[in-house]
Design a binder for this molecule. Structure first.
Ligand SMILES: Nc1ncnc2c1ncn2[C@@H]1O[C@H](COP(=O)(O)OP(=O)(O)O)[C@@H](O)[C@H]1O
Ligand SMILES: Nc1ncnc2c1ncn2[C@@H]1O[C@H](COP(=O)(O)OP(=O)(O)O)[C@@H](O)[C@H]1O
Ligand SMILES: Nc1ncnc2c1ncn2[C@@H]1O[C@H](COP(=O)(O)OP(=O)(O)O)[C@@H](O)[C@H]1O
Ligand SMILES: [Mg+2]
Ligand SMILES: [Mg+2]
Lengths: 112, 295, 112, 112
């Protein structure tokens, strides 16, 4: 089993959820993160003074999937999250040794 | 023949009625239901899915998918059925069972039409959508058996699920052809003889999504009730997986008691489109059956 | 060493922390996440119309533990976090190659 | 490729970002987390009553890097984040199987 993590632009969340729904994926965990990268932060006006906020709000998605469908999941996220502009984000895949569905105690692929 | 057509409609409508009546009770215990509703026998809506009164769930929707798949193909084509399930899954249904989702996803992504055997796949997800198969294979026990297993294995590959589907299909077919309740009882007893865990007398009182618990609940209330309304009402008041136990007993009670006995007030609450489609698919399914094509 | 991640219902946090303390686990990192799955979101009224917000607030816990106690930790979380109703969450175990306690520079199991 | 995760004291974020920039690291994802560990929570006054909030705000950083520079990155974070007081935090390293830069579709090290 694999964990697919994706750092994406916040406004892309629904589109990526759509794309995952198209391939039967419903279980996703999402959190709001701050990204530092090549995409520069924005300027903000605060008490009259303008200053650069050097981080960008991003969304981090985590999806645990079975091995056979990882590449399909990665492709779906990649296509849906892409704008072609700096800051589109990254996807990383790591190996998961065990998964448990707390409600039923199911383990492994049955928990997915 | 008209009577048969009406009974076939009663089977599919019985599923929808049981589903819609029970769905708001899903995950509640019989005690909680009694405390909140007394004896529930109206379509109240609500529940964990926040349903509208009369709204059906995956039990009826997957039944429709199977029916559509058979009628569209004009016969038995597993991939057409799997495709219907896939289209449905993508449509963001109100609810999808975990095992059903996994099986349909495997078909969508890998083209697989058979889930690997799995000790955890003895849920009621294949059983709950069996009724169109009972209509389509009327008159040919072997065909019922073959189709039940192939169709079940799209999502649930487990001997208990297989046995439950075949027994249920047989009982519906006997009822459609006018069998007495005692005859149906012998069929249930045959299942319990082969798989003792299905014994339902005394009734353990469990109405979970485990196919054994589900069928025990359905058998228990079917054989002690005297009307369609009593069958479905007592079942959903047992709580647990009430939409599915309700749908399953609704199917066999529809076959046994006929269309006239389905309470009008319940039918009226169902979505018009859903009712129309079920009413139109029923005769189409049975007209494809060996019972009618070979006579 | 393993990382045990658990997505749980927020109201279960204290119970799970208790259960982990019981088995001697004290170091936990927690963050608030949004869960998308089978459990329905809440309804909101917006301009007269009611609509369902499709995510559920969840808590994500991360605990780095030594190999020998992983299953104890997983069991403890599973039992404490379980309600038996849809949305209880998931636990996943991944392998960790190195751990450092920043304060002391300790590495490996000593850092746990 | 490796994922380096670090739980650090929030006020150390800029210092750690600096140290990472020094060694050419620019891409970082950060989120606010709550830490439970040996460092005890603080007391808060709420409606006249004082009570202990048993968690401490922390920052969690995630940096995906190529294998050759992992130890440099770990050292940089360790030195910059350290105060020598309880609660400095932890760094953990896990293996990453695949990385994709969404903007360009680059995979593997090219995506870093
Ligand atoms: N090596 C990395 N490790 C962790 N997160 C990263 C890394 N590189 C980029 N990110 C995340 O991806 C986001 C986009 O990266 P950025 O460099 O701005 O654009 P791009 O990847 O399109 O060149 C960053 O804001 C950050 O959250
Ligand atoms: N495959 C997955 N990957 C990541 N997070 C998941 C996954 N499946 C479920 N989750 C998380 O677990 C939570 C509960 O899942 P849900 O499907 O609602 O219920 P249950 O697991 O009890 O059937 C979700 O809200 C989501 O945060
Ligand atoms: N085993 C662990 N797993 C996950 N996070 C941990 C673990 N141990 C510590 N942490 C995180 O690191 C923070 C600091 O740990 P703490 O025990 O307070 O201090 P120290 O590591 O300096 O002894 C905690 O608040 C928590 O966020
Ligand atoms: Mg249902
Ligand atoms: Mg159900």
């Amino acid at each position: 089993m694999k964990k697919v993590e994706a750092i994406i632009k916040p406004f892309k969340l629904d589109e990526v959820k759509e794309a995952l729904n198209e391939i039967g994926i419903q279980g996703i965990t999402v959190c709001e993160v701050k990204g530092f990268g090549r995409q520069k932060g924005h300027t903000e006006l605060y008490r009259g003074a303008e200053y650069v906020v050097d981080f960008i709000p991003k969304i981090k998605m985590e999806i645990i999937v079975s091995d056979e469908i990882v590449s399909k999941v990665v492709d779906a996220i990649e296509q849906a999250a892409k704008t072609g502009r700096i800051g589109d984000g990254k996807i990383f895949v790591t190996s998961v040794e065990e998964v448990v569905r707390i409600r039923t105690g199911e383990r492994g692929e049955d928990a997915l | 023949h008209d009577d048969l057509t009406a009974r076939c409609r009663a089977v599919l409508l019985g599923v929808a009625v049981g589903d819609a009546l029970g769905a708001p009770m899903e995950f509640m215990t019989s005690g909680e239901i009694a405390a909140k509703y007394g004896r529930l026998n109206e379509m109240v809506g609500g529940g964990w899915l926040r349903l509208k009164p009369g709204q059906v769930t995956d039990d009826t929707e997957m039944t429709l998918c199977l029916a559509r798949g058979i009628v569209t193909a004009g016969g038995w084509d597993l991939r057409t059925i799997a495709h219907e399930f896939a289209v449905w899954l993508r449509s963001k249904p109100i609810d999808v069972g975990d095992t059903c989702r996994r099986g349909i996803r495997n078909f969508m992504l890998k083209g697989e039409t058979e889930s690997p055997p799995n000790q955890w796949d003895a849920g009621n997800g294949a059983l709950m959508r069996m009724t169109p198969l009972a209509l389509y294979t009327l008159g040919d026990k072997e065909l019922l058996q073959k189709c039940s297993i192939e169709h079940g294995h799209l999502t649930h590959n487990h001997p208990l699920s297989d046995a439950a589907c075949i027994c249920y299909g047989r009982m519906i077919q006997m009822a459609l052809l006018g069998a007495e309740k005692s005859r149906l009882r012998r069929e249930a007893d045959r299942l319990a003889a082969e798989y003792p865990s299905f014994r339902f007398d005394p009734y353990p009182g469990l109405a979970t999504g485990y196919v054994v618990d589900t069928l025990q609940t359905v058998f228990h209330y079917f054989f002690r009730s005297r009307s369609f309304e009593e069958c479905v009402t007592s079942t959903v008041n047992q709580g647990g997986d009430a939409d599915t136990t309700g749908a399953i007993i609704g199917g066999v009670a529809g076959a046994y008691y006929g269309l006239e006995e389905i309470p009008r007030r319940w039918l009226k609450k169902l979505d018009r489109g859903c009712v129309t489609e079920l009413e139109s698919l029923a005769p189409k399914l049975v007209s494809l059956s060996p019972q009618l094509t070979q006579s």
